[in-house]
Design a protein around this ligand. Structure first.
Ligand code: NAD
Length: 283
């Protein structure tokens, strides 16, 4: 019998703890503040930014949204990041992805001051994660680790298989799992015999963005299955990468979509903003 991993419930609990911490900071006359840059007209991004703003409001973090149109130049984007880097009232800066194709997102991530890089995408923070130093860990991988730990899922020595090697999910997650002493395999679009590899997983994580990417034949009996994917099906309903109804019968633990990884990602962003504020104010 599988157990559902309640990311939504766990995220609410974390948000309550963060609110208490934020209240303490505010009582000292300091208000944590997050700035989010949104470039272009991506409708999913607008929803994500709105959810982040709601979470900030609930916790007591100030939120500033900088909206730029599709034709924004790289020069303009970098100058806005420079300004936010300089402002002492801003503790965290987040550039919502994706951004229009003519802009270089990596260059933009590199420009965000690593001390305000609450998404953990600046190469300095990525490098710190890689070398096991204290840093801002990317919110989705961080949320996944917190979820696994909350459900007492053994990471040390576990065979973890990640499908997807993006800079924002797969690669930092690989490092997070490695830092917890898991044996990690990362698969991607060029991987051969995917099913053979996924069947070895004690913990299987899919971060692809494709409906029914993970089917029951790819999952070992008793595996922990984490679904990062966010997709819309033909009925317009939000679904993950995993064929949930069938895979759940083989899994020991499984995350739902929605209500799994998504809420944890936002909770970890809030965590990182509070952390940035505390570091910047020597609290
Ligand atoms: P991406 O497009 O950057 O990367 C997708 C990865 O999937 C690539 O590494 C690619 O090699 C791999 N892939 C594609 N087809 C494959 C196949 N047939 N077999 C094996 N691997 C294959 O995507 P991303 O930004 O990492 O996001 C992945 C998914 O996770 C998306 O659905 C995205 O919306 C979702 N996401 C969710 C959260 C959250 O908080 N829940 C956060 C970030 C991303």
């Amino acid at each position: 019998m599988y157990k559902l991993i309640d990311g939504k419930g766990l995220a609410s609990k974390i948000r309550l703890e963060l609110k208490a911490e934020c209240d303490k900071i505010r009582n000292k006359g300091i208000t944590p503040k997050l700035a989010v840059i949104l470039v272009g007209d991506d409708s999913a991004s607008k929803v994500y930014v709105k959810n982040k703003s709601k979470a900030c409001e609930e916790i007591g973090i100030e939120f500033e949204e900088i909206i730029l149109d599709d034709s924004t130049t790289m020069e303009k984007l970098l100058s806005i990041i420079d300004e936010l880097n300089k402002r002492t009232d801003i503790n965290g800066i987040l550039l919502q992805s994706p951004i229009p194709k003519h802009l270089n997102i990596q260059e933009a991530f590199e420009r965000i001051d690593y001390r305000k890089d609450v998404d953990g995408f600046n190469p300095i923070n990525m490098g710190k994660l890689m070398t096991g130093q204290n840093t801002f860990i990317s919110c989705t991988p961080y949320g996944i680790i917190k979820m696994l730990e909350a459900y007492n899922i053994m990471l040390e020595g576990a065979n973890a298989v990640i499908i997807g090697r993006s800079n924002i999910v797969g690669k930092p997650l690989l490092q997070c799992l490695l830092n917890k002493n898991a044996t990690v395999t990362i698969c991607h679009s060029k991987t051969k015999n995917l099913e053979e590899i996924t069947k070895t997983a004690d913990i299987l994580i899919s971060a692809v963005g494709k409906i029914n990417m993970v089917t029951e034949n790819m999952v070992k009996e008793g595996a922990v299955v984490i679904d990062v994917g966010i997709n819309r099906n033909d009925q317009g309903k939000l679904v993950g990468d995993v064929d949930f109804e069938k895979v759940k019968e083989k899994a020991s633990f499984i995350t739902p979509v929605p209500g799994g990884v998504g809420p944890m990602t936002i909770a970890m962003l809030m965590n990182n903003v509070i952390k940035a504020c505390k570091i910047q104010n020597n609290l």
